[in-house]
Structures are given as C-alpha cells and as structure tokens.
Design a protein around this ligand. Structure first.
Ligand code: AKG
Ligand code: FE2
Length: 200
C-alpha cells in the first residue's frame, strides 16, 4: 500500500538493472557500538592478499570468512580459511534472516583501519555465490561512501554507509553494477563491515 509515510527504506536506490535497499538505523547506536567492539577484539583477522605479476602481496585491509560447514571462499585468486560462526555473528544472521525472510550461509568480514584502506571496483559474482542471490551488508564504525557504477553506462550511485546501517543488494545487481568503497583520507577511525552471503 502506498502511504504518505512510506519510509525511505522501501526505496530502490538503483535506477535500473538491480535492487539496493538501505536501512540507516538497522542497529541502534548502542548495539552497533557493542558489536563493533566485540568484532574488533575477537575476530581472527587476517591480511587480505592480492596476486599481481606472480607475486602475493598482503594488503593493509584485514578480513575473515565465516560459513556453514567447510565452505571456502575464493576471491582475487586466494582461498580464505573458514571460521565457525560466533554467537554475535549468529545473532546478527538471525536478525537479518527475520528482517529479510531468507537465509544466509556465509559472512565475509572486512576491517578498514582508516580511510587509507578501501576496496576497488568489483562485483560479488564469484561462482561460489548463488546467482542473483541477496547480499546483506552491515556497517560498523567510520561512515564511508559506498559507490555503484553501471557496467555498460558508467552511471554512478553513491550511498554513505552509517554506523549500524544495513545495505541489501539483490536481483541482478551484481550482473549489471560494480561497487567500491573509495579511499577517503579524511577518515581517521576504523570501520568493520559484514557481508552476509548465500553460497552455493
Ligand atoms: O566494506 C564494504 O562496505 C563492502 C565490502 C565488499 O564489497 C565486499 O566484501 O565484497
Ligand atoms: Fe563486494
């Protein structure tokens, strides 16, 4: 039903070829503070690596992979260790599953020390991800811009991701759009990002 009070949450942020919803206050500030502190302290963070010209180069950004069973995650050419779910990750996973009425079986965590850490243009379209599935991204800590770029037209959409927010990418988003977390030298505090995924 259309109403005068329809919230901005119900809007699709992409103009075509995909669906992106954004819920700026998915977690309260105190919940977001709580989860950020626990994840910063207790996740077994590893340096992400890139493979360039036959060399393995560690990145400053850290990551950790959690999943059901032994589901590995391979991207930018390297397989990630699988960690078993923690209580806090399961709590967030349950809340997301209720909110979105679907289920997740993997979660990639990224740790950005400050605005000098970022992520370049890519799509989450690895073979290990169910095609056209849902990716639910929770942001904790520094607020950072999140950019989309249409693969054919180059059209751009920017969403600032706030502490405690939820961004949901669905449908054909990964087929038609790239996304990136641009570096921003003004940002001097860390950010933790969790992307819950539906793996094959
Ligand atoms: O940090 C973010 O908000 C995005 C991370 C991302 O795109 C990814 O892990 O694939
Ligand atoms: Fe991504």
């Amino acid at each position: 039903m259309l109403s005068l009070f329809s919230t901005p949450e119900s809007q699709n942020y992409l103009p075509l070829d995909g669906t992106v919803h954004y819920y700026p206050t998915f977690l309260s500030i105190s919940e977001a503070n709580h989860f950020q502190r626990i994840f910063e302290e207790s996740i077994p963070w590893e340096s992400d690596v890139v493979h360039l010209f036959g060399k393995t180069i560690p990145m400053r950004r850290k990551m950790a992979w959690f999943a059901d069973g032994q589901r590995r995650y391979t991207y930018s050419g390297s397989a990630k260790f699988v960690n078993p779910w923690t209580d806090e990750l399961l709590e967030l996973k349950n809340r997301l599953e209720k909110h979105l009425n679907l289920t997740f079986n993997g979660c990639l965590l990224n740790y950005y020390h400050d605005g000098a850490d970022g992520m370049g243009w890519h799509a989450d379209d690895e073979k290990s991800i169910q095609p056209n599935s849902c990716i639910a991204s929770i942001s904790l800590g520094a607020s950072r811009n999140f950019d989309f770029k249409h693969r054919q037209t180059g059209q751009k959409v920017r969403i600032p991701l706030l502490h405690g927010s939820l961004l949901v990418m669905q449908g054909e988003t990964q087929q038609h759009w790239l996304h990136a977390l641009p570096k921003s030298l003004k940002v001097q505090v860390p950010r933790v990002n969790l992307t819950f995924r539906q793996m094959v």
